[in-house]
Design a protein around this ligand. Structure first.
Ligand code: NAD
Ligand code: LMR
Length: 330
């Protein structure tokens, strides 16, 4: 039996993500939690007959509601928190979302300490270190089970390359995107694309910029009504599905994700090379979660090395802000 929980289930990402989870043959029990309207979303989804039955939505911001939602969870996906409006950076969300993520992770540490935890809430570069520090304080941190979801950057990179090369099917490209999840901390390693692609030199800067600032395109187009939700639900589910398949024993599943490197096999060398303890890298997934970090960063070409230098500078500050948010409070 696999129990999945969506925290922030009534939101722009939470609703379509919950729908995708409801339709998944990999999930037996689905539990939805939000501070508004989750019983409504749960009632709505309950009219679709699929395997992931036996679920309900918990709404009150009470300990009992969190306990009911999270107890027995195998995987917890967190898109709870506020999204950007035009003119804001993801770091501007820290003020509100840091506290939301901290409280939700405290509940995870009590009611499902062994669950895989997938953090979507922005700024991911800081909310993942916040989650790690909370789990450390509770004595239940397993770095192999905590993931910052950066799959949307990969989805964008694959799709934008397909568009540029006039290819209809982006799924045939496998493009590692490393670093963090905001602006210039996002580093697509096009030199490592499988199968290899030839990107015209005069298009490279523009393509990198589009992947780094793809989120802004959506924020601008939504004009005050939020940020990416549908593509994020797709990306979040793609990562959750990969993890659940690997947990069931499927071999050879590799996805980029933002992890605490010193706690993952192969991560120490990447942490040393980048100076960052948290970094998105391709990770081999398995029954225990993040089984192995793959050091693709060392294969970056000179153009990509410059991007990595910029990324690590900004990332260090973001990570420190997350760590201090929890340590400073204790
Ligand atoms: P939204 O406002 O539509 O939904 C957020 C939901 O979280 C709301 O339903 C709200 O009630 C709920 N919520 C707030 N506080 C909560 C709490 N304490 N417990 C449970 N639920 C709570 O926003 P959205 O568009 O779904 O975006 C959610 C987050 O995801 C934002 O921070 C956004 O920046 C981030 N995001 C991340 C990525 C990524 O690639 N990682 C991509 C897109 C969006
Ligand atoms: C994205 O990349 O679309 C998300 O991080 C949301 C945002 O604020 O851009």
């Amino acid at each position: 039996m696999v129990k999945a929980v969506v925290l922030g289930a009534a939101g722009g990402i939470g609703q379509p993500l919950s729908l995708l989870c409801k339709m998944s043959p990999l999930i037996d029990v689905l539990s939805l939690f939000d501070v508004v309207n989750s019983p409504g979303v749960a009632a709505d989804l309950s009219h679709i007959a699929t395997k992931a039955g036996d679920f309900k939505g918990e709404q009150q911001e009470t300990e009992d509601a969190k306990k009911a939602a999270l107890s027995g969870a195998d995987i917890v996906i967190i898109p709870a928190g506020v999204p950007r409006k035009p003119g804001m950076t993801r770091d501007d969300l820290f003020k509100i979302n840091a506290g939301i993520v901290k409280d939700l992770i405290v509940a995870c540490s009590k009611y499902c300490p062994k669950a895989f935890i997938l953090v979507i809430s922005n700024p991911v570069n800081s909310t993942v270190p916040i989650a790690a520090e909370v789990l450390k304080e509770a004595g239940v941190f397993d770095p192999k089970r905590l993931f910052g979801v950066t799959t949307l950057d990969v989805v964008r990179a694959e799709n934008f390359v397909a568009e540029l090369l006039n290819q209809k099917d982006s799924s045939k490209f496998n493009i590692p995107v490393v670093g963090g999840h905001s602006g210039n901390t996002i580093v697509p390693l096009f030199s490592q694309t499988q199968p290899s692609v030839d990107i015209p030199a005069d298009k490279l800067d523009g393509l990198v910029h589009r992947v780094q600032f793809g989120g802004d395109e959506v924020v601008k187009a939504k004009d005050g009504a939020g940020s990416a939700t549908l593509s994020m639900a797709y990306a979040g589910f793609r990562f959750a599905e990969a993890l659940l398949k690997a947990a069931k024993g499927e071999k050879g599943i590799v996805e980029p994700t933002f992890v605490y490197l010193p706690g993952v096999e192969g991560g120490d060398a990447i942490a040393k090379a980048t100076g960052c303890d948290y970094f998105a890298v391709p990770v081999e997934l398995g029954p225990g979660g993040a089984e192995k970090a793959i050091n693709i960063v060392s294969k970056a070409n000179d153009y990509e090395k410059k991007l990595l230098d910029e990324a690590t500078k900004a990332l260090k500050t973001n990570i420190e802000a997350g760590v201090n948010f929890v340590k400073g409070a204790s």
